[in-house]
Design a protein around this ligand. Sequence first.
Ligand SMILES: Nc1nc2c(c(=O)[nH]1)N[C@H]1C(S)=C(S)[C@@H](COP(=O)(O)O)O[C@H]1N2
Ligand SMILES: [Mo]
Length: 512
Amino acid sequence: MSTDTEPTTRVTRSAGALVGLVAAGVALALGHLVSALTGPGSSPAVVVGSQLVDLAPTPVKDVVVRAVGTADKPLLIAAVVVVTLGLGALLGTAWGRRPGLTQLGIVAIGLVGVVLSVLRADLGPLAVLPSGVAILAGLVSVQLLGRAAAGTGADAVGSRRRFLAALGGGSAVAVLGAAGGSVVQALVQAGSAARRAFALPAPTSPAPPLPAGVQVPGSTPFTTAIEDFYRIDITLITPRHEAEGWTLTVDGLVDRPLTIGYDELLAMPMVERDITLTCVSNEVGGSLVGTARWLGVPVATLLERAGVRAEADMVLSHSMDGGFTASTPLEALTDGRDALIAVGMNGQVLPDKNGFPARMVVPGLFGYVSATKWLSRLEVTRFDAQTAYWTDRGWADRGPVLTQSRIDVPSSLGSISPDSPVIAGVAWAQHRGIDKVEIRIDGGEWQETTLADSGGIDTWRQWSFRYDGPPGRHTAEVRATDGTGETQPEQRRPVVPAGATGWHQIQFTLEG
Ligand SMILES: Nc1nc2c(c(=O)[nH]1)N[C@H]1C(S)=C(S)[C@@H](COP(=O)(O)O)O[C@H]1N2
Ligand SMILES: [Mo]
């Protein structure tokens, strides 16, 4: 496609690589800019990254998440950007000989984004725009930059300067486009946060007051602050949904399928409860667990309205995002426990990251089989007819929370002082309760710790232990016994497929 009429020098491979690199940057950035209008999930790098999350085999995901912690999402997006820029540079090396190949490559890469955004029905029909714009931006910029790289053979210095200026201009467009897109997205986010600052209705059934003694002074806060609450989901960027236009449908094996809006949900009798939520991926001693005061409508209220048929034994809850579903045993939703469709958390409107407008919370079940965020549909069905997002990926189809205990004070390899030689932590066995927590120092005898007051069988329970042993380095191990008399097993088991087992152990120093 080079213009044969002008006397141009052939673009070298390295100049071509720069052309391709910058063109890829411009393409990604302008796609990102457009995604400020069509939703952050439709930004080309995010669309591709989200698909990678879905495709990654569970062990790979597990290793990556463990290695990089909660930084995994930004890192994945960054990796997609870097690979795309690299591919751009690679395609650019062909520009001097076969510009058609470079153009074809740009279109092919862009089409990956286009196809993936079309497949993601949850992103809406406009989601295809950013990747489409990215293709156009890539083609136009490779053309302009490629022409500048070819320059005119007569004036080598001048053409070199022109090429560098073109590269600089292209890079500036890329940086400004990317930054502009992010700024607009942040403004949209702030606007929707402001619209969320309304008061939720008062509960018809308030949470029983927590005894002051639930908290061991100096230990982990009994109620987890929203910003400290762990976050686990398959979305790459926090989904943002408006209450306006949101609906929740109850259908499947029911006599009277129903659909309600946000205001209708808020008008129903509300229950407020302290409930501890746990992730099946929590390692022994891990922090994927938290306690919040949830406000919501009992799931059973909606199921009763819809009239569940006798043959049903499961509710498949659907999220508005990325195909997440959870299969919850019907029994856990109808046996009288506080299984909620939550709209409030710690006295606030549910934050976007925790599932606005509404999410499920079911005491006693791991999040992956019960706690669907950005909830849109409760499909009443059967375990032998349907499966869910994580159960399709090798996790157990029932997910009862396992009894766990954790040492929080001192931290691992930390120390305690002889003035206050207190070891403390939490234990949880939601919906069974914690009856006993024992500690073992340096592999000695198990000794009972002092249990803090209970916040109910659906919350974790704090414990503490005064250690009057000799100063120096020690190990401490902890194990809990739940309300049914069952003690945590010693055997170490990985988180896949049904949750980790084993005793949490730390090393600590008692100062002299
Ligand atoms: N829509 C949606 N809901 C979801 C998930 C998800 O990936 N998508 N993850 C589940 C898992 S595995 C857990 S442990 C909890 C975590 O809830 P949190 O992020 O509010 O702590 O949400 C559950 N609900
Ligand atoms: Mo989870």
